[in-house]
Design a protein around this ligand. Structure first.
Ligand SMILES: *Cc1c(COP(=O)(O)O)cnc(C)c1O
Length: 414
């Protein structure tokens, strides 16, 4: 049996990402447990002082303390690293090897990422239409610690370059593609070329796409993170976040040190749920994606709908960018119901099957109305700058039977 599929080794064995999602990252279990056990333990004992010394020196790789690393978490980390690196070669022409750190949430993964790479006086360049938590982390927490943020439309190379030229303290470009909730896409290759030219770090939030639809490391990203709370877990049963990096030395030293000291490690129980979820990722994504395309086409021709934001429709301004760098436009979309705020609220209230909730990437279809919910506190004018109009509905299309999703939309829009 081949049971040691750590890191890059896995890609030599599997032909498809579906197999990798199931078998990647497995470790041999001393009790032959088929399913990865939950190591619900805070610490790991030594047989002798000498063994303890070897572990601290790194000669013996056995875990030491669960905030520093845990065997259940390590399986989830290896699985996601294998998926993100799958099929990519490094600059020496060898299979890319990534290191992952599993966190308690996407926010915790981002915190380790930004705090370990930036210091007071540095600036982050990013775009409009970011995940709310990312935007607030940057503009509130990091800002209060002397790390600044500049926002520009990074779909436009000239605008991005002008921002870089006028701000020599920019150290890092952060992008989320596709981005929440307008599904704007950013050209990974173009951003990389700017990062090369101006010696900047490139970080990507790959939550919406998952490694099955898009692999930012193939375009030279330095770091990628996911909220594993979303598609990777897939069932809405646990929070989590993962930070991935290709500079293994940095990941094992500084990123790991900041991870350990900030204390954002995942719980092994949540890691266990994540491992179960990832096993069906390919199957789920196929259905999520097929359903989303049908929902987008259905809404696009509906007389009660003003417009649909879905990168699989040629009308989306970033259709070409998505097509270039994604295997499929994915399962997230948003659309504007005609009639403003009241129409948006009416639509939400009439839904019978689709679940009224924020979050995304779960097996069930989740629908939210940003203007009355997640973004209600933001003045209308400011909201609209990020594309959040009064009748905008955000949908995470689930894996129910498509007939049921369409029927629910049909009766709610009637
Ligand atoms: C949910 C989400 C996050 C934050 O992740 P949490 O797990 O909620 O902390 C970051 N980015 C994107 C795109 C998200 O959807």
């Amino acid at each position: 049996m081949r049971f040691t599929y750590f890191w890059g080794m896995a890609k030599k064995i599997f032909k498809g990402k579906g197999s990798l999602a199931i078998h990647g990252g497995r470790i041999p279990d001393p009790n032959y447990s088929h399913i990865t056990p939950i190591y619900a333990t805070s610490t790991f004992f030594y047989d002798s002082a000498e063994q303890g010394m070897e572990r601290f020196a790194g000669a013996d790789k056995t875990q030491i303390y669960s905030r520093w690393g845990n065997p259940t978490n390590a399986v989830a980390e290896a699985k996601i690293a294998a998926l993100e690196a799958d099929g990519i070669l490094n600059s020496q022409g060898e299979p890319l090897v990534l290191k992952a750190l599993l966190h308690a949430s996407g926010q915790a993964a981002m915190t380790t990422l930004f705090m370990s790479n930036l210091q007071a006086g540095d600036t982050v360049l990013t775009h409009y239409s970011l995940y709310g938590g990312t935007q607030e982390l940057l503009t509130k927490v990091l800002q209060a610690n002397g790390i600044h943020t500049i926002i520009a439309d990074l779909r436009d190379r000239a605008q991005a370059e002008a921002a870089i030229k006028s701000n020599p303290s920019i150290r890092l470009i952060h992008i989320e593609t596709p981005a929440n909730p307008t599904l704007q896409c950013f050209d990974l290759a173009m951003i990389r070329s700017l990062c090369d030219e101006y010696k900047l770090l490139m970080t990507v939030d790959n939550t919406f796409a998952t490694p099955l639809l898009q692999q930012p490391f193939a375009y030279g990203a330095d770091f990628v993170f996911h909220s594993t709370t979303k598609f990777l877990n897939g069932h809405g049963s646990a929070m989590g976040g993962v930070l991935l990096g290709k500079d293994l030395e940095f990941m094992r030293t500084k990123a790991w040190k900041w991870y350990v000291l900030l204390g954002g490690n995942a719980s092994p129980f949540d890691a266990y749920l994540l491992i179960q979820g990832i096993s069906t990722l390919e199957l789920r994504m196929e259905r999520h994606c097929a359903n989303a395309m049908k929902v987008a086409q259905y809404l696009d021709q509906h007389p009660a709908v003003a417009f649909v934001n879905y990168t699989g429709l040629p009308s989306h301004p970033d259709f070409a960018t998505a097509k270039k760098q994604m295997k499929h436009p994915g399962a997230m979309l948003s659309f504007e119901v005609k009639g403003g705020l009241a129409a948006g609220i009416r639509f939400i209230n009439r839904l019978e099957m689709c679940v009224k909730a924020i979050s995304l990437g779960t097996v069930d279809t989740l629908v939210s109305h940003p203007a009355s919910m997640s973004h209600a506190g933001i003045p209308k004018e400011e909201r609209e700058k990020s594309g959040i109009t009064d009748g905008l509905i955000r949908m995470s299309v689930g894996i129910e039977n498509i007939e049921d999703i369409i029927a629910d939309l049909e009766q709610a829009l009637a």
